[in-house]
Design a protein around this ligand. Structure first.
Ligand SMILES: [Zn+2]
Length: 79
């Protein structure tokens, strides 16, 4: 298991996600982001706005995603 926080994944808080793969942790972060979005949490709304401008550019999005994947892969594994 590796850990990354919401903030490390482009979010806005220190909530920690744990997963064995980057795909898994990206999914957890997405679900959390959707929940915060539904609650109208201002810091997450601002973070999402930034992310959505990134998503308008597929190349920038892919680069961001790959950068995060490398960050995840570089983390020491913890039980
Ligand atoms: Zn968060």
């Amino acid at each position: 298991m590796k850990r990354m926080t919401c903030r490390q994944l482009g979010g806005a808080c220190e909530m920690e996600f744990r997963a064995n793969s980057f795909e898994e942790i990206a999914e957890l972060s997405k679900q959390h982001g959707m929940e915060m979005f539904q609650q109208g949490d201002p810091p997450h709304l601002a973070a999402m706005e930034q992310m959505s401008s990134l998503m308008g550019d597929p190349n920038a999005m892919r680069e961001w995603f790959e950068g995060k994947r490398q960050e995840f892969e570089a983390l020491p594994g913890a039980e």
